[in-house]
Design a protein around this ligand. Sequence first.
Ligand code: SAH
Ligand code: DHB
Ligand code: MG
Length: 231
Amino acid sequence: MFASARYAAVDRYFEERLGLGDAVLDAAVADSAQAELPPIAVSPCQGRMLMILAQLAGARTILEFGTLGGYSAIWLARALPPGGRLVTLELNPKHADVARRNLDRAGFRDSVSIRVGPARDTAAQLGAADGAPFDFVFIDADKPSTADYFDQALRLTRPGSLIVVDNVVREGEVANAASTDPSVLGVRRFFDRVATDPRVCVTAIQTVGAKSHDGFALVRVLTSASSPPAM
Ligand code: SAH
Ligand code: DHB
Ligand code: MG
């Protein structure tokens, strides 16, 4: 068996054994496929991980870059306490329409707001009225802009917030200094920036599974633009 087939089989085993699917999530995946959205949502195991991380962060307000069909947004919204809010940013109006239906069906008509447009613009417009400072941020939109979204995330968080960045490994290409892939260059630019930023504590974790070889960066905010450094 190829390694990649084994990774996918283990993901299926965990999904089934741990009961990570349900009718609402299955319907979101099915309707996203029906609308011909690309099959690039986080996996069920990754979705549950995002939910657990948001709960550990005590998140009452969450910001997401890159909605697609709302699959990761459903997992994140499930982490919210009553009265909590999720804002998710999406460029493509068709993706946003599919996501709106999936999120409504999941019970998040009132708690999740989808902002349509380039995230560079919609993020720049966010402030206290939208839930900032956000307790948890998931960055998963266009990869060349990852470093810019990270800057916005820092502006919109507080000390103790958690920022998770998806797709930071890309089949290992992140370690290829000669890569000219704009997505790889974008991720490397993010790591260059975050590595020397005294306002954060960062690590990165490789993953295998149904989504092949990829990974997440985990960034804990220590101090932020909106608060003075701790003495
Ligand atoms: N978080 C989703 C997957 C997101 S896929 C999940 O796991 O379920 C990436 C999404 O980012 C796509 O829907 C794409 O349309 C969107 N995107 C691409 N460029 C963007 C931009 N400039 N601003 C906002 N969203 C963008
Ligand atoms: C791609 C984007 C994603 O957000 C992801 O999780 C996997 C793949 C892509 O653009 O190829
Ligand atoms: Mg992703």
